[in-house]
Design a protein around this ligand. Structure first.
Ligand SMILES: [Zn+2]
Length: 254
C-alpha cells in the first residue's frame, strides 16, 4: 500500500506474484511459506524507498480534467492507454514504525472482485478499494488505523484552474524523477560492480530521504499540492541546473 506524496491518495502497488498458500502443507511447508513471505517483504517493500508510480488522482489532475466537473472516466482511460501517465513520488505505508510495510494478497475467486487480505506484517486485515477501479483505496476505510482521511484541500490557484493544476503535477513529478535519477550518471565511470551497486543504493536512499523531507519539512507534513507555491520555490532553490531544466520542460509540456 502506498501514499502519494503530492495528493495523499492511498493505493495499491503490485509487488509480485505469490505462490498459492494451499501448496504450503505440514509444519515444514508452512514455515517455508512464512520465510518466503518475509523475504518478499524485505526485498520488495523497503520502507525508506520512494517509488515513482501512476497515482490515479494525480493522473486525473495531470490530464487537466476539471476537478469541479468531476473526472471523465472515458477520457481518463484514453489518457492512460496513450501512455501519458505521470509518475508521482509515493511512499509505502507503515502502520507500526518498527515494522516493514505490510504485504497484502488478492484472495478473490477467479473473476471475482478483488479482495485484499493482509498476509505479512502489521496493518488492517483487509483493504477496501474505492469505486474508480484504479487500485485506489477508499480512504475513509483507513480511519480506524490512524490515517488522516481529510479530503485534499487544494489552494484556490490550483483548485480553480485545471491547467495550473496539471502543470503543477507535471512539474512536481519532473522534480521527483530528476531527484531520484541524480547521481546515477556520476558513478558510471568506475568498473567495479560492487562499488556501483553500493553507490546506487546510497544515492537512491539519499534521494528518497530528500523527497520525504520535501513533504515532511518543507510542506509541514501536508500533501505537496496543498502548499504547491512554497513546495515549488523550495524545490527550485535546491535543484541542480539539470533538474530545474526538466521542471521547466514539464511545465511547458502541460
Ligand atoms: Zn497523487
Amino acid at each position: 500500500m502506498y501514499r502519494c506524496v503530492l495528493c495523499d491518495s492511498y493505493a495499491l502497488l503490485t509487488l509480485g506474484l505469490l505462490p498459492d498458500r494451499k501448496l504450503a502443507r505440514g509444519i515444514k511447508g508452512k514455515k517455508a511459506y512464512e520465510d518466503l513471505l518475509e523475504d518478499f517483504q524485505e526485498r520488495l517493500a523497503p520502507p525508506h524507498k520512494t517509488f515513482l508510480l501512476a497515482c490515479p488522482t494525480c493522473n486525473a489532475f495531470a490530464s487537466a480534467s476539471d476537478p469541479a466537473l468531476g473526472f471523465d472516466q472515458v477520457k481518463q482511460g484514453e489518457y492512460l492507454r496513450d501512455g501519458l501517465a505521470v509518475l508521482t513520488p509515493c511512499d509505502l505505508v507503515v502502520f507500526d514504525t518498527e515494522e516493514l510495510p505490510p504485504v497484502y494478497r488478492d484472495e478473490a475467486n477467479q473473476g471475482g472482485r478483488p479482495k485484499y487480505r493482509l498476509c505479512q506484517g502489521v496493518g488492517p486485515a483487509g483493504l477496501e478499494l474505492d469505486k474508480s477501479r484504479t487500485g485506489r483505496l477508499h480512504k475513509p476505510s483507513l480511519r480506524p488505523f490512524g490515517i488522516e482521511i481529510r479530503p485534499l484541500d487544494l489552494p484556490d490557484y490550483l483548485a480553480k484552474d485545471s491547467n495550473a493544476l496539471a502543470a503543477a503535477v507535471r512539474e512536481a513529478c519532473a522534480f521527483a524523477e530528476a531527484t531520484l535519477e541524480a547521481g546515477e550518471c556520476e558513478i558510471l565511470e568506475t568498473e567495479d560492480k560492487e562499488i556501483i551497486e553500493n553507490k546506487k543504493a546510497e544515492n537512491e536512499r539519499s534521494a528518497s530521504v530528500a523527497l520525504r523531507a520535501w513533504r515532511d519539512d518543507t510542506c509541514g507534513g501536508l500533501p505537496v499540492l496543498e502548499v504547491w507555491k512554497e513546495a515549488r520555490e523550495a524545490a527550485i532553490a535546491n535543484a541542480s541546473d539539470e533538474t530545474r531544466k526538466r521542471m521547466e520542460e514539464a511545465r511547458a509540456s502541460s
